[in-house]
Design a protein around this ligand. Structure first.
Ligand SMILES: NC(=O)c1ccc[n+]([C@@H]2O[C@H](COP(=O)([O-])OP(=O)(O)OC[C@H]3O[C@@H](n4cnc5c(N)ncnc54)[C@H](O)[C@@H]3O)[C@@H](O)[C@H]2O)c1
Ligand SMILES: [Zn+2]
Ligand SMILES: [Zn+2]
Length: 390
């Protein structure tokens, strides 16, 4: 089959690779019909995520048609149409039984490596390095789906792929980020970033009772989307001082809830911390450019909440724990427990409460994926979200 293969930093290509096969009785194989590129893929493309190997297949936002099931699969059959969550979860361990699927204890074959680095190993993820399982990803013609009875969300209506595809990741991710922000009715929520995750998060903040949403980015078309689709007020961080502006907008109190939907590749806003991060990361002395999480902690009102859907990789310097502690902030984050949100968020789409396809700016054949990575990364051609068609 054809698949998007990682060969090194900024080096991906469409290669012919062996078709996946059933390895466990609980596996299914799906033929991919749509698959997206995520901001998380950029951390792999840009060389921020360790333990990538030449030949890894990327992609973790796929959907398609079941073409084969293992002997123990009971909920899926050949011909079913499914969206596949990016988190691989067994459904029965200590964490899965608490619906903490991204903390699944059994699906990361690289658990020992991850344990050494983090203390305890998270779940395996599709297409996300040999720290998180080395599972082949879904930017391909076919995908092996482990624990097929636990993950996939069956689509029984005739909703087009574009409307349901983002149940694989960014819609649940934006929604869980808003839940983690502990929004109380009428709260002012500031969202850093206006990428696809932030756009889903803005929609979710309204669903969860926000009174005001302020979105921060510097890419004009992304800011515009936050205003028109997200009904957010916006701050362009290239033109305005974020802290001063947020304070002015909230009578000096600061936003009640702050959401970092940017993560480890935050851009430099001229702050000295951002310059140091960039230099350190470039010589491998640091793993992350952590400007946004620092700024969110600084801006958040006392006793507020900072929610972190943005992906971080390792150790960050100058983490303002003293500020967070003295202001009494709650900080929550994590890879999304996608399996928890499949059905309730599918219902919201079916009811017409949201149509997540509004973020899609580019629909391309899988063959065009290498160019699409570059276009998405460099935010060329108005690119906000790419859907690939194998
Ligand atoms: N927790 C999870 O399970 C999960 C799932 C999916 C994605 N993510 C993460 O969410 C983050 C966003 O994903 P995405 O697909 O929207 O990515 P993206 O790269 O398209 O968007 C990031 C946005 O942040 C903006 N930005 C950069 N520096 C900024 C700054 N200093 N202030 C404000 N905005 C800034 C960029 O201009 C860009 O628009 C990534 O870190 C991704 O890895 C996490
Ligand atoms: Zn993703
Ligand atoms: Zn589990």
């Amino acid at each position: 089959m054809k698949a998007l293969v990682w060969h090194g930093k900024y080096n991906v290509s469409i290669d012919t690779v062996p078709d996946p096969v059933i390895q466990e009785p609980t596996d299914a194989i799906i033929k991919i019909t749509s698959t997206a590129i995520c901001g998380s893929d950029l951390h792999l493309y840009d060389g921020y995520q360790p333990a990538m190997e030449d030949g890894d297949i990327l992609g973790h936002e796929p959907m398609g048609i079941v073409v084969e099931v293992g002997s123990a699969v009971t909920k899926l059959k050949k011909g079913d149409r499914v969206v596949v969550p990016f988190v691989i979860a067994c459904g029965h361990c200590f964490f899965c039984s608490k619906t903490l699927f991204s903390a699944c204890d059994t699906t990361n074959p690289d658990a020992e490596k991850a344990r050494k680095l983090m203390g305890h190993s998270p779940a395996g993820l599709f297409g996300f390095s040999h720290l998180l399982g080395g599972y082949a990803g879904g930017q391909a013609e076919y995908l092996r789906v482990p624990h097929a009875d636990v993950g996939p969300i069956k689509i029984e209506s005739d909703l087009p792929d574009e409307k349901v595809l983002f149940l694989s990741d960014i819609f649940p991710t934006g929604y869980m980020a808003a839940e983690n922000a502990e929004i109380e009715p009428g709260d002012t929520v500031a969202v850093w970033g206006c990428g696809p995750v932030a756009q889903m998060c803005i929609q979710s903040c309204w669903m969860l009772g926000a009174g005001r949403v302020i979105a921060i980015d510097r890419v004009p078309e992304r800011l515009a989307m936050a205003r028109t689709q997200g009904l957010a007020e916006t701050i362009n961080f290239d033109e305005q001082d974020v802290y001063e502006t947020l304070n002015a907008m909230t009578k000096g109190r600061g936003p009640d809830r702050c959401i970092d939907a940017v993560g480890c590749e935050a851009h430099n806003t001229g702050g000295i911390d951002a310059v140091i991060d960039k230099v350190k990361a470039s010589v491998m002395l640091a793993t992350d450019r952590a400007h946004v999480i620092r700024q969110a902690i600084y801006c958040c009102r006392k006793a507020g909440t900072v929610s972190v859907p943005g992906v971080y990789v390792g150790m960050i310097d100058k983490f303002p724990l003293g500020q967070a502690m003295n202001k009494g902030l709650t900080i929550k984050g994590g890879q999304t427990h996608v399996q928890r949100y499949g059905q309730p968020l599918l219902k919201k789409i079916e009811e017409g409460a949201i149509d997540p396809s509004f973020v899609i700016t580019h629909k391309l054949p899988l063959e065009d994926a290498p160019g699409a990575y570059k276009t998405f990364r460099d935010k060329e051609d108005g690119c906000i979200k790419v859907v690939l068609k194998p």
